[in-house]
Design a binder for this molecule. Sequence first.
Ligand SMILES: Cc1ncc(C[n+]2csc(CCOP(=O)(O)OP(=O)(O)O)c2C)c(N)n1
Ligand SMILES: [Mg+2]
Length: 903
Amino acid sequence: MIFDGFVNQLPDTDPTETQEWLESLDAVVDVHGKTRARFLLTKLLERARETQVSFPASVSTPYINTIARENEPWFPGDQYLEQRVRAYIRWNAAMMVVKANKSADGIGGHLSTFASSAALYETGFNHFFRGKDDGNAGDHIYFQGHAAPGIYARAFLEGRLSEDDLDHFRREIGREGKGLSSYPHPRLMPDFWEFPTVSMGLGPLTALYQARYNRYLHNRRLDDTSQSRVWAFLGDGECDEPETLGSISLASREKLDNLIFVVNCNLQRLDGPVRGNGKVIQELEATFRGAGWNVIKVIWGSKWDDLLAKDKDGVLLNQMNNTVDGAFQRYSVEDGNFIRENFFGPDPRLRQIVSDLSDDELRTLPRGGHDYHKLYAAYKAAMDNLGSGAPTVILAKTVKGWTLGSAVEGRNATHQIKKLNAEQLMDLRDRLFLKDELPDSAFENGNMPYYKPPEDSVEYQYMMERRRALGGSLPKRTTRVRRPMTLPDETVFAELRKGSGTQAVSTTMGFTRLLRSLARDPNFGERVVPIIPDEARTFGMDALFRELKIYASQGQMYEPVDHDMLLSYAESSDGQILEEGITEAGATASFIAAGTSYATRGVPMVPFYTFYSMFGFQRVGDLIWQAADARTKGFLMGATAGRTTLLGEGLQHQDGHSLVLASTVPFVQAYDPAFAYEVAAIVNLGMQRMYGPANDDVFYYLTLYNENYVMPATPERDGIDAEIMGGLYRWLDAPEANIKATLIFSGSAHSAVREAAKELLTQYGVGCELWSATSYKALREDALPVERWHRLHAASAPRTALVTALLQDSPGPIIATTDFMKIVPEQVARFLPTKQFVPLGTDGMGRSDTREALRRHFEVDTAHVVVATLAALAKEGTVEQSAVKDAMARYGIDPEAVDPYLQ
Ligand SMILES: Cc1ncc(C[n+]2csc(CCOP(=O)(O)OP(=O)(O)O)c2C)c(N)n1
Ligand SMILES: [Mg+2]
């Protein structure tokens, strides 16, 4: 114990008194044993806390409920009616999965997750979850992905879904795509689900940052979020994910007492026990308490209270503490006699406690997570916790597959069971006491009935009244705007459009200036949410600290070390910048919270999340996928982009593939701008597309480079911004020459390409047309539907893809150079069948050196562009092979050099 270490270093002001206390403790251990000693020590600690002797909290407590029976509040509901409604929901949830698999073998679905968590949800629906029908934003509820059938089943009872809808669980093709999605997916059911959760760990992480974002909005006086709680339901197995637990200390640091995690501790995950040899509830308690959370354990149902009351010797408590989860799981599948012999068996005092219980009563002693009195008490305590500053986690012990019968309940395979045979279904019906509602005749001819109570039944009335009182049905996604946003004035973009004159600047610097101008816009500025992990100085964005201030819920309680500098580190409780520290996952979660604010809060906000481009799609790709599912809007800014532009940082930093990864995510608009005015055009038109009348649920990814060069002004022609958005535009016409070629650049590759064009003209008489490809992804996504059109409408009038229209008549071969992998420009090669298309890119792992050396190494420098162009022209017969040889000699290119991809 660490105590030993430090206590000997503290001053002992009265050694005699100390000795007396120690001897008393020794005596207790000798005479009454360790259990008694532990009890006394705990009592002392309790007294110490009462008398405000501040003492570090211990991280774990005995394996019993946190809330004692005598401290439970009055349960205000009608337990009989709630139980009936819950039985209906349980039935329909199971039926929809079984039916789905009957009609389409292997379609999947989960019976046992919701079966274990029905009471966790229903306690919330009947008493706590706030809806939005009153015009407010209500609570934000993150449902455990695999519990989706139960949530659909309730929506069915409430009349929000029909039998036909339930019959289309996991059948989303047909019926105009109006099936029920397997899991919570706003992209697929935009009026229903709000938060995607099924990728384990991302639900709790994004919920935590949503709670933090609510505080941010509130502190910035953009929205009153004080009435909204964030509830996140998660599995105990899900807690293995680093994303689940990795940010929990932020919640207590930020005093997020608006956040409630409910962990469904059924002790099982997919393959078997979560902690067979240990106790997951105890482990999680220690982790969360250590991180400063309010932990409420709901382990035992009410019937256990009587047993604990009889436990004068502490033997039951001892047995509870010493039984591992693997054994508890076994008890959940065995009969009463086995439990009597094994759990209560070894100690006669223990056996005596349950002597008046039958085997059947022993078998059905419920766990706390199935006991709505206990759950109500826990949820109420979590609600009352508001003001304490601590987030709450409720650890509810349940049985996986509860009520589904002995073949399913608690079995290791339970997670994967999707079918129940006729006998098991009848068994379930009887166990749920649904014989009157579902008589045998309802099952005739293989019929598989759902059950919906009539609208004049007391059950229906009760259920609906509860939801009415709490603000209406949930989940419900709305995009009702509660606080409209005005887009920025066009003048904001003027600075970038006019170029940098003679000054050499980077696109990153250009963007930082734009961000500042956007934030200064008197009408729009407050809607900007700049997000950065611990990298602002790398991007030169520290200049914004002083002006926009870093959001810090407690303000700034110290004078910063650089207080006397113009650009000091400035924190404020109404700061605008989310400086997230070193967590790309957390920063992306903030991006999602701010970028879905238009829906979750009805307050559109525009996040600009700027990060090391290498640590974006590659590091948190699944979160970005989730952002697309959640219909996030906003801008991801991949700074320090390019495999050769970020010099010196080497293999783990130099990004040449984020644009490849971006191309895999639908709805991401990926751009690789070369010049500041391109950045301005993309941000301007991007905002109009997302937040203007089109209201498109997309988000943007822009690369930003840190290479300084003179930024040209926007070409003066109508519609240039739209051309930039289209993904490709002619940047410079070819000079007069007999031989011509087409050179395309993107991003920082422009300098080598422009230089090469000059060399080609002066040394070899080749005139080059220059194009800027701002988005190969956009070009490909424009061309694919055209290709599809032709496939499906062979006889109809032909259509032409934008990239084909733009380039098919351009002169000579096309050489497309990028600081990313060759596969990026290759995205369009197929749509230029009449052209010779040569991509030059940076395939291979990065390494540290100067830009010049790296560009030579990856064969994307001026020399290689020249040689590639001449080689392509030679292939077409317009120049001699000797010109290629000449160029290689002129620029010192070794044709036998090792391919950089292989090094
Ligand atoms: C990131 C990720 N990895 C794996 C899975 C597959 N998976 C789905 S459910 C599950 C087990 C869940 O166990 P638990 O969290 O305890 O939930 P329970 O169903 O027991 O409530 C796994 C591994 C997933 N959905 N997401
Ligand atoms: Mg589990």
